[in-house]
Design a protein around this ligand. Structure first.
Ligand code: NAP
Length: 297
C-alpha cells in the first residue's frame, strides 16, 4: 500500500508546536514580525504572498506588507528593503520572486540583512548552508526534510535524485541532503535540463525529488519499485474548471503511485510545508534577534 503523505496534516502539526514557541516569545513581550514585499502584478505571486500573510495572521505573527509598482525603479525596492532592515518590529523579510526584469534580484537579496533573510537566499546564508552551519534552512527544502521524517524515510545512505538545480529548491535541497547531519547523509545526484537520460537517473534512486516546473515530467516508468517520490512542482494546466485550470505537479501521480512506497500529492504535499517553514524561520529569527530561547520543533 503506497503511503500518500498528507502535507496539510504535517504542516498543521508543526504549526501547533510553533504556537508553544510563540507563547514563550509573547510572555517575554516579543511578537515575531514578517515583512512581505511584492513588486509584481503576476496573479500567482499575489496569491503566494496573500497565503503567507494569512498564515501569519492565523498563528499570531505580525504581518508587514509592502506593495510596489512593478514599473517603479529598482532603487525603490532597495529603499523598501533598507527600511525593513531598520524596523525593529520586523524579524523576517521576504521579497517575493520573481522581481521585474529591470530589477537585479541577486542584488536585492544581498541588500536584506542576513539575520532577517528567513528565505536563506543571502550569499552569507547560502555559504553557511553549504558549510553545514545553516542560519535558516530555505523553506521548501526544509519542509521536504520534515515530510521525509514524518513518513519515517531516513535519507542516510540513500541515493537521492533531485530534478532541478534552482537556487530556491534544487541547490539548497542537495546541500541539506549531503550534510553529515540528521536529515542528510544521502548520496545526491542533481539533474537539470542538460541531463542526458533523466529516466535512467531517476530509476536508480531511492528518493526522487522533482522540482523542474514541467507538468508530469516524471512518470511511473521512471520510478523504482518502492521508492519515495517528493513532488515540488506546481503547474497550471488549462482545464474546464471554475478557475480555468488544474494544478498538477512535476510527477504523474497515478502512474508514480503504482511504483512508489511513499509519495506526495499536488496540491496538499510540499506546498503547505513551505508556508509552515516560513513561520518556523520567522519565529526562529525573532528568538535569536530578541535573545529569547525557544524549543523549535
Ligand atoms: N510547492 C512549493 O512550495 C514550491 C516552492 C518552490 C517552487 N515550487 C514549484 O517547483 C517547481 C520548480 O521551481 P523552481 O523555482 O525550482 O524552478 P526553476 O527556477 O524554473 O528551475 C527549474 C529547474 O528544473 C530544470 N529543468 C527544467 N526542465 C527540465 C527537464 N525537462 N529535465 C530536467 N530538468 C529540467 C531546470 O534546468 P536548467 O537549470 O538547466 O534550466 C532548472 O534547474 C515549479 O513548478 C514551482 O512552481 C513549488
Amino acid at each position: 500500500m503506497t503511503h500518500v503523505i498528507d502535507g496539510n496534516d504535517v504542516a498543521s502539526r508543526i504549526e501547533n508546536d510553533l504556537e508553544d514557541c510563540l507563547e514563550t516569545l509573547e510572555s517575554a513581550g516579543v511578537t515575531p514580525g514578517l515583512a512581505t514585499v511584492l513588486m509584481s502584478d503576476d496573479a500567482a505571486s499575489e496569491t503566494y504572498v496573500s497565503m503567507k500573510q494569512e498564515a501569519c495572521d492565523e498563528i499570531g505573527i505580525g504581518g508587514f506588507h509592502r506593495e510596489l509598482d512593478p514599473n517603479a525603479p529598482a532603487e525603490k525596492l532597495r529603499e523598501t528593503v533598507e527600511d525593513l532592515n531598520d524596523d525593529p518590529r520586523v524579524h523576517g523579510i521576504l521579497v517575493q520572486m520573481p522581481t521585474p526584469n529591470h530589477v537585479d534580484s541577486r542584488r536585492v537579496l544581498r541588500n536584506i540583512d542576513p539575520r532577517k533573510d528567513i528565505d536563506g537566499f543571502h550569499p552569507e546564508n547560502v555559504g553557511r548552508l553549504v558549510a553545514g552551519n545553516p542560519r535558516y534552512k530555505p523553506c521548501t527544502p526544509h519542509g521536504i526534510q520534515k515530510l521525509l521524517e514524518s513518513a519515517d524515510v531516513d535519507s542516510a545512505g540513500k541515493d537521492v535524485v533531485i530534478v532541478g538545480r534552482s537556487d530556491i529548491v534544487g541547490k539548497p535541497m542537495a546541500n541539506l541532503l549531503i550534510q553529515n547531519a540528521p536529515g542528510g547523509n544521502a548520496t545526491v545526484t542533481v539533474c537539470h535540463s542538460r541531463t542526458e537520460d533523466l529516466a535512467e537517473k531517476t530509476r536508480g534512486a531511492d528518493i526522487v525529488i522533482a522540482a523542474a516546473g514541467v507538468a508530469e515530467l516524471v512518470d511511473g516508468s521512471m520510478i523504482r519499485e518502492g521508492a519515495t517520490v517528493i513532488d515540488v512542482g506546481v503547474n497550471r494546466l488549462e482545464a474546464e474548471t471554475e478557475r480555468g485550470y488544474d494544478l498538477v505537479g512535476d510527477v504523474e501521480f497515478e502512474s508514480a503511485k503504482e511504483k512508489a512506497a511513499v509519495i506526495t500529492p499536488v496540491p496538499g504535499g510540499v506546498g503547505p510545508m513551505t508556508i509552515a517553514m516560513l513561520l518556523y524561520n520567522t519565529i526562529d529569527a525573532a528568538s535569536v534577534q530578541e535573545d529569547v530561547p525557544i524549543d523549535l520543533p
